[in-house]
Design a protein. Structure first.
Length: 255
């Protein structure tokens, strides 16, 4: 059963507090693992041609390792360096399959933007070069994209928000990738207001973390990652058992 429950609109502050609690259980290892993840993600994106697509496909497996670390701490077990690759080791196939599905959906969303007149905007973003008259170029690109742009942004936001919860449904519920993603999308839509409030609560901390030289993100990013586990536990409040690795028998359901 993967039915999400609706949570209170002000749960965001509690999610941040729970994320901070998990972070404080082993702050230096969290900062180390998060730094390794960020460096690895930057390295993958630098691969020629397919770097961005590769990162999109592999992200669920990396993220799963962090959620397994959160679960270990919640169960009074230690966070370990091996959690970084635990997603690949325990649930690699379904997590990478989720990454493929998510990547295809992202490409479809980009296609919608292209069909809706956003080709000029995408070119400006992808080229990374500043046009001779940047303000005029951006204004023209936004005007060309029209109403398609906010629609695409909303679709992208919902999908990006849902993928981490789909990861946890695969890891903690043994859900197949597509049903996990559909259940996660329903959960996001059901709890859109609490998630928006959570996002707004993050903003002042993000500003502070960015001064000076983005150094505060060394602490804030792992707290935001661990808070995702807290959000999942509130939206999908049972069971506690972790799914067995792919190919092994599932343990009996708790009574």
């Amino acid at each position: 059963m993967m039915r999400a429950q609706r949570v209170g609109i002000l749960y965001g502050w509690m999610w941040l507090k729970q994320g901070l609690w998990l972070f404080k259980r082993n702050p230096f290892l969290w900062m180390f693992l998060t730094s390794i993840l960020v460096v690895g993600m930057v390295g993958i994106t630098m691969l020629p041609v397919l770097g961005q697509l590769a990162l999109s496909v592999l992200f669920p497996a990396f993220f799963a390792g962090f959620m397994l670390g959160c679960h270990a701490l919640a169960e009074e077990k230690p966070l370990e360096p091996t959690h970084l690759f635990a997603g690949f080791r325990l649930h690699g196939t379904p997590l990478i399959s989720l990454g493929v599905i998510g990547t295809v959906l992202k490409l479809i969303i980009v296609g919608l933007l292209l069909l809706g007149g956003g080709s000029e905007l995408l070119h400006l973003i992808a080229s990374g070069q500043q046009p001779p008259n940047p303000e005029q170029a951006l204004e023209h690109a936004f005007r060309q994209a029209g109403v398609t742009l906010p629609i695409v942004l909303i679709l992208s936001m919902v999908l990006q928000t849902a993928i981490p919860f789909a990861v946890m449904l695969i890891v903690f519920r043994a859900a197949p990738p597509l049903p996990a993603l559909l259940a996660a999308l329903r959960a996001v839509l059901l709890n859109l207001l609490p998630l928006l409030v959570y996002g707004l609560m993050i903003l002042p901390f993000a500003v502070l973390a960015s001064l000076p030289y983005m150094l505060g993100w060394i602490v804030l990013l792992p707290i935001l990652i661990t808070s995702q586990y807290a959000i999942y536990r509130d939206m999908f409040p049972m069971p506690n058992d972790i799914a067995p690795p792919a190919g092994q028998a599932e343990p009996p359901a708790a009574g």
